[in-house]
Design a protein around this ligand. Structure first.
Ligand code: HGY
Ligand code: MN
Ligand code: MN
Length: 409
């Protein structure tokens, strides 16, 4: 069906949302799920899909699905692509939105080809991929696949204390429907996610596009140090039980433990003192740990070592200590047959493993899933310096269209 509209490039589509959710304090973009910025991006996606003559359905967990149905309406074994629109705080413009914009352009390119398609096609936008608001990454795809208990999900709280149930309800979801959707999941015959590379692999290989190989196992843990809140000026050093000191020593221990283990990555990127005053000794400090390693057993050992070190430090500093797991994802290898199909459709581009989690990684445990990565000359992500050249963005969308075309016939 020839397009009535001029097809936009990926760069032109990305330019349409380039002012949405800009963060003047951190730089980059802050687009937490169900924030005004992310809601604007959802509206943008719906408008783009409807301009292409497809309606958008929202599933019970808040994911948006733009279906290009067969004349028969049969959605069995559908080919699905897409990504996310939410961001980390102060994130780059491409992490998530590049996959959505490229999916829209690939859709345009597919419809300009003489395609005897035999499968339905959909573009999906998953909510809360970053877990920046409610703390669990890939919340939308985890709910769809049953990878998280719906009750646990509904009770997740954002930093202001709002539950996911309340926020989802306020945004039109029926909280009774939140949870696994086996019928929808069974319709997915193949899922392919395009994403900006979050590293320098393609730059070093001097190639614009790669197929995904695997995703590093990763998890998130919350640590809390509890001490005695007090006055910064009237409390002698010997009389203190300062949770900020216990947290700082623990974070230093995280680095030492992770540095001692080859290929380990351990990060504390978020720390919240209570009450958080300059002239106040904190009463409590919460901080979050992200640990990743290709071998899940090594991740478990690292976390155990960090747990023990923090426990010892808490005792030495006279502080109470709590430690809890918030999420854990095993190392995932993408579907070999699907990745091979992509590889041959893309003239055997490189295969790259990634240390970043994605919805494709969650779906990989349930349906054939694969990824396409687009070169990022900065190699930086989760930061305003994340970057994709315009020409590579277009090559990525063309590669995605070639990959999808190979699957749709
Ligand atoms: O944390 C991650 O790896 C992903 O960006 N959510
Ligand atoms: Mn992402
Ligand atoms: Mn990300």
């Amino acid at each position: 069906m020839p397009l009535e509209l001029p097809t936009l490039t990926v760069t032109e589509l990305m330019a349409q949302i380039s002012s949405t959710g800009q963060d003047p304090l951190r730089g980059g973009y802050t687009r937490p799920v169900y924030s005004p910025a992310e809601l604007d991006l959802r509206a943008w996606f719906i408008e783009q899909a409807e301009r292409r003559g497809v309606s958008v359905e929202q599933d019970g967990n808040g994911a948006l699905w733009a279906w290009w149905d067969l004349p028969s309406g049969d959605r069995t074994d559908a080919v699905v692509t897409g990504s996310h629109l939410d961001s980390v705080p102060g994130g780059g413009p491409f992490d998530g939105p590049l996959g959505v914009a490229s999916a829209l352009v690939a859709f345009d390119l597919l419809r300009e080809r003489p395609l005897n398609r035999t499968r339905a096609f959909a573009i999906v936008v998953f909510p809360e991929e970053e877990g920046s608001r409610f703390g669990v990454a890939c919340l939308g795809s985890r709910l769809l696949t049953g990878a998280i208990d719906p009750t646990k999900a509904l009770n997740l709280r954002d930093p202001d204390g709002n539950t996911f149930a309340d926020v989802a309800g306020k945004n039109g979801l029926d909280v009774r429907r939140i949870g696994p959707d086996p019928q929808l999941l069974s319709q997915i015959g193949a899922f392919v996610e395009l994403h900006v590379e979050q590293g320098l692999g393609l730059s070093e290989l001097d190639h614009p596009v790669a197929v995904g190989g695997s995703i590093l196992g990763h998890g998130r843990w919350k640590l809390s140090m509890r001490g005695q809140g007090n006055h910064a000026g009237t409390t002698l050093m010997r009389d203190r039980r300062d949770p900020m000191v216990a947290a700082a020593r623990s974070i230093s221990a995280v680095q030492q433990i992770a540095r001692a283990q080859d290929n380990a990555r351990a990060t504390v990127g978020r720390l919240q003192p209570v009450p958080g005053g300059t002239n106040v000794i904190a009463s409590r400090v919460d901080f979050w740990l992200d640990v990743r390693h290709p071998d899940d057993a090594v991740t478990a050992v690292l976390v155990q070592q960090i747990h023990e070190a923090a426990q010892r430090i808490a005792a030495e500093e006279g502080c109470g200590f709590e430690f809890s797991q918030e999420s854990l994802s095993p190392t995932v290898t993408f579907d070999a047959k699907l990745s091979a199909t992509l590889g041959s459709a893309l003239n055997n581009v490189p295969v790259l493993d990634t240390g970043a989690g994605h919805d494709a990684g969650v779906l990989a445990g349930h349906v054939p899933s694969a990824m396409v990565f687009v070169r990022n000359p900065s190699g930086i992500s989760h930061s305003p310096e994340e970057y994709v050249e315009d020409a590579d963005a277009e090559l990525g969308a063309q590669a995605l269209a070639d990959a999808l075309a190979a699957l749709l016939v």
